[in-house]
Design a protein around this ligand. Structure first.
Ligand SMILES: *[C@@H]1O[C@H](CO)[C@@H](O)[C@H](O)[C@H]1NC(C)=O
Ligand SMILES: *[C@@H]1O[C@H](CO)[C@@H](O)[C@H](O)[C@H]1NC(C)=O
Ligand SMILES: *[C@@H]1O[C@H](CO)[C@@H](O)[C@H](O)[C@H]1NC(C)=O
Ligand SMILES: *[C@@H]1O[C@H](CO)[C@@H](O)[C@H](O)[C@H]1NC(C)=O
Length: 460
């Protein structure tokens, strides 16, 4: 090992030290060191072609069933656990930092809205299925450059529920939630309803925002080109005032005019529109004054001679039906209304992304295992899962064998527990009430970063 690598490992280990008030002082003392952790640009191997596999033979018996009950061949996966996939919500954490820094509450709300959209942008063209986490599986992510750390845990197996908790390294925000990805197979497509609430707390402003992610549909899983659509209404509520932002993720509609489009507004508690938000979840989001927006739309209609009333399509269930759905051509990018302010723009995918499950640069790093890291991670961390590791290395057969072994091990320990009448208890999260919505949620009990993992289950 050369000395450059040495100092890299030392820096890395420093990040993993227990979080006592004293160590965090040391921690920030090293803030300016050039970090090289989790910076790989590609995966170790390209993805394996799925052309030779017939999904139809597996799925034709399962129409209308919940997909979590159907065993799919590993080749349709991507080499990430669902726990790693949800940590992609944090890719645009700079927006949370920005929201924290703004003094005007309306400005904060629109940046939070942009964050909520950006959090689901990594779904674009990602048709690989993440691995189902095993009960007790965890994932941690420390990003000093983005100023946060995150811990997640699979807290329930049936139904599959993943809980996560992210916090700023400087106590500026907390972002947490639990997700039950309810998957339905519709014959030609798979629909995912991400049940569960996202809660963002801006500590300095004593504000909490909550929302639920939009529906997601993967089209043409049997025939034709796979493509992804997100749709539904996302309401971001400021619980201090009852003010909210209503965002409509539009279904693509008959001619694809609405593909990827998101439109909405921020309203105060008297329902007065304060700001219009528009854009595409695959590209960018803008905000504009409602009066400017309305007059622009009026003049736009005049010039295009459009008189027909637009059909209301927002409730259309575009996931059902029998024929293959061609993905409509993307007709235009976002037309910017003069006077709009840019809230967010997507980070372009790296050039080799198409051969690597369409991962973003951020996703490429999530399963990276740095030298020395395995000794510091909890033994339940996804990075130590052998099936995901094998798939990442391009060894699909080993991935299948390992996946089956892990699932059998999980079943065996469930049988053991029921024989001994033992209950499973989660290590880092507890079922409780979300203080802002009053709904049932999973809350972080703390202590993960003290790095005492003696009680962690042996799941791999
Ligand atoms: C998969 O199909 C391609 C042609 O489409 C063929 O060249 C290749 O040998 C096949 N691979 C396997 C493992 O069957
Ligand atoms: C959210 O609630 C806080 C606290 O009451 C309030 O000051 C702020 O105006 C609200 N923000 C928005 C965008 O409604
Ligand atoms: C990646 O995106 C391309 C272009 O849309 C698509 O054809 C392909 O199926 C995607 N691959 C995966 C693994 O999702
Ligand atoms: C770690 O946790 C175990 C059980 O929770 C406890 O018995 C032990 O004392 C702890 N070790 C340290 C070093 O704190």
């Amino acid at each position: 090992m050369n000395s450059e690598e040495d100092s890299h490992v030392v820096e890395y280990i420093r990040l993993f030290l227990p979080s006592s008030p004293h160590s965090s002082v040391v921690f920030y003392g090293f803030y300016l060191f050039p970090f090289k952790m989790c910076t790989r640009k590609t995966l170790p191997a390209e993805m394996i072609s799925r052309n030779n596999f017939s999904v139809w033979s597996i799925l034709k018996k399962c129409i209308g069933m919940e997909l979590s009950k159907i065993a799919m061949p590993v080749v349709f996966n991507e080499p990430l656990s669902f726990l790693q996939r949800i940590s992609e919500y944090m890719e645009h954490t700079h927006l949370i930092h920005k929201a924290c820094s703004l003094s005007d509450s309306l400005d904060r709300m629109q940046v939070v809205a942009a964050f909520a959209v950006s959090a689901v942008a990594s779904q674009w063209e990602r048709t690989g299925k993440p691995f189902n986490p095993l009960l007790g599986e965890t994932y941690e992510l420390i990003r000093e450059d983005d100023g946060y750390r995150l811990i997640s845990e699979q807290v329930s197996h049936h139904p599959p529920v993943s809980a996560f908790h992210a916090e700023s390294l400087k106590q500026e925000f907390e972002f947490h939630g639990s997700i039950y990805p309810k998957l339905k197979f519709w014959g030609k497509s798979v629909e995912a309803e991400p049940k569960g609430t996202m809660t963002l707390e801006l500590l300095k402003h004593k504000e909490a925002y909550t929302w639920t992610n939009p529906m997601c549909c993967v089209h043409n899983i049997i025939l034709g080109k796979l493509w992804i659509e997100q749709y539904g209404t996302v309401e971001i509520v400021n619980h201090s005032t009852g003010d909210k932002c209503v965002l409509n993720f539009k279904p693509c509609g008959m001619f694809g005019k609405e593909l990827h489009r998101v439109e909405g507004h921020i309203q105060d508690k008297s329902k007065k529109k304060r700001r219009v938000i528009y854009g595409k979840w695959t590209e960018c989001m803008y905000s504009v004054d409602p009066k400017v927006y309305d007059s622009y739309k009026k003049s736009d209609k005049k010039t295009t001679g459009e008189t027909k009333k637009l059909k209301q399509v927002s409730d259309e269930h575009s996931c059902e039906g029998e024929e293959a759905d061609e993905m409509p051509e993307v007709q235009e990018t976002v037309t910017v209304i003069p006077g709009s302010a840019l809230l967010w723009r997507i980070t372009p995918r790296p050039p080799h992304s198409a051969e690597m499950y369409n991962f973003t640069s951020y996703a490429m790093t999530l399963n990276e295992l740095e030298p020395g890291m395995d000794r510091l991670l909890a033994p339940t961390d996804c990075r130590l899962r052998p099936d995901i590791r094998a798939m990442e290395n391009g060894d699909i057969d080993a991935a299948s064998v390992e996946k089956e072994r892990l699932e059998e091990k999980q079943r065996a320990s469930r049988r053991e527990r029921s024989k001994d009448e033992e209950d499973w208890s989660n290590r880092w999260f507890q079922q409780g009430t979300n203080p802002h919505t009053g709904a049932e949620d999973w809350l972080y009990t703390g202590g993960y970063f003290d790095r005492n993992y003696t009680d962690c289950p042996n799941i791999y």
